[in-house]
Design a protein around this ligand. Structure first.
Ligand code: GUN
Ligand code: ZN
Length: 431
């Protein structure tokens, strides 16, 4: 018989979207909270004394003084870029050519792909991330390696073979036909198996011919429950290049839409320099945008208008964009999101930052029915935060007047040392 597990501590609870409602109305921290886990899922959430009385047989793990959060969801990452994170001195196109493409070439070797996938997933778990949506490389074995590593860790992940048939080195190009065939074989092998989902993945318009974009649009029409992920309007020189490559397109988004690659299950990374038409079409279609703040500053891309996009009710996720981003940590990513919003005149609240990193990202990946909230029925993927993980953080949180003031220093200054424990599908992970 499986034993019930009761976790007690402060619980981060959301009943709505604090980016579109007053955060006080929809998010709270219950400082004497508890949740009951049975068969890998959350079955009850409430006050610790009440749940202790209701489930006297449950095995209790006490996280008093710590914050029990849904596991962090990194909605845009490139696991093959793990080893070249923090590469100096280039902006997007030079950065891709100098650092990224040479590293991605190595993933034709299945054992290298396996080793990197395993160490990447161990790293993100140690940082409190329980779900990632990752690009792989053009090599199908890099996608197999990633899904296999996630499956053995019982993680919910989204991934897809990166497709490129131009403007990349010879060893890193597929074709319109092979991208279609390989993506189809991979999605039939992995999509919906255990907790794995497939995302059809054209890298971005500059590295796909119109023929390849059309082939992938046709594939998505055949498998509409898959996601489609790509990059959109990250840097100004990139946008000018797209305009040259697609002279008939109305804008960058149109290069995707014209080939059947826009819809509610589309997930666009970056989306910084959008035109009014692009914003309108994204809002109309229900596509999601993913904010990658450490990447957007590190590669010099720009300041995404998070508050303005949220006000349009556009679905927003948060992500590291490893290795364009400069950290594996979603705490560091929340801090960067705060700083970018400040530069645009908005102070995001701790509740909004935590929500973006959990429920917001989960919803952007259409996984809100499975992860992202402490809610009965959802899978128990959890991150337990120590709110005094370093002397610098501890001396600040000791001065806090309320729980949010105690949490905010960990968001701004925390890293993997703040991650006390991680649970995946109701079991603790040794990080
Ligand atoms: N645009 C196309 N490919 C990439 C990538 O790997 N990282 C980032 N940040 N932007 C991209
Ligand atoms: Zn990216």
């Amino acid at each position: 018989m499986n034993t019930d597990i009761l976790l007690t501590g402060a619980t981060f609870e959301a009943s709505g979207n604090p980016m579109t409602s007053h955060w006080q109305d929809v998010v709270r921290i219950n400082t004497d909270g508890a949740l009951l886990i049975r068969d890998g899922r959350i079955v009850a959430l409430g006050d610790a004394p009440v749940l202790k009385r209701s489930y006297p047989q449950a095995k209790v793990t006490d996280y008093s003084g710590k914050l029990i959060c849904p596991g962090f969801v990194d909605a845009h990452a490139h696991y093959p870029q793990t080893a070249m994170i923090a590469s100096w001195g280039k902006q997007l196109i030079d950065w891709l050519n100098s650092y990224t493409f040479p590293e991605e070439m190595r993933f034709g070797d299945p054992s290298f792909a396996k080793e990197t996938a395993e160490s990447y997933l161990d790293l993100v778990c140690a940082h409190g991330t329980t779900t990632v949506c990752s690009y792989t490389t053009i090599h199908p074995c890099s996608t197999d390696a990633f899904f296999a590593a996630a499956q053995s860790r019982r993680m919910a992940v989204v991934a897809g073979k990166t497709c490129m048939d131009r403007n990349a080195p010879d060893g890193l190009c597929d074709t319109a036909l092979s991208a279609y065939d390989d993506s189809k074989a991979l999605l039939e092998r992995w999509h919906g198996r255990d907790r794995l989902r497939y995302a059809i993945t054209p890298r971005f318009s500059p590295t796909s011919t119109p023929e390849q974009l059309s082939a992938l649009g046709a594939l998505w029409a055949e498998y509409p429950d898959c996601l489609m992920q790509t990059h959109l309007s990250e840097q100004l020189p990139e946008i000018r290049w797209v305009a040259d490559l697609f002279p008939d397109a109305r804008d960058y988004l149109d290069t995707y839409e014209a080939h059947g690659l826009l819809g509610a299950r589309a997930v666009f990374g970056h989306a910084i320099h959008l035109t009014g038409r692009e914003r309108d079409r994204i809002a109309e279609t229900g596509a999601a945008l993913v904010h990658c703040p450490t990447s957007n500053t590190f590669i010099g891309s720009g300041l995404m208008d998070v508050a303005g996009l949220a006000a349009r009710s556009i679905s927003l996720g948060l992500a590291t964009d490893t290795g364009g981003g400069s950290s594996f940590s979603m705490l560091r990513t929340m801090a960067a999101a705060y700083e970018i919003a400040q530069l645009r005149g908005t102070a995001l609240h701790a509740s909004q930052l935590l929500w973006l990193a959990t429920a917001g990202s989960a919803a952007s990946l259409h996984l809100g029915h499975e992860i992202g909230l402490l809610q009965p029925g959802l899978v128990a993927d959890l991150t337990i935060l120590d709110l005094s993980s370093t002397p610098a953080i501890a001396q600040r949180s000791a001065r806090a007047n309320d729980i949010w003031e105690a949490v905010f220093p960990t968001i701004m200054m925390g890293d993997d040392r703040a991650v006390a424990d991680v649970w995946i599908a109701g079991q603790p992970v040794r990080t």
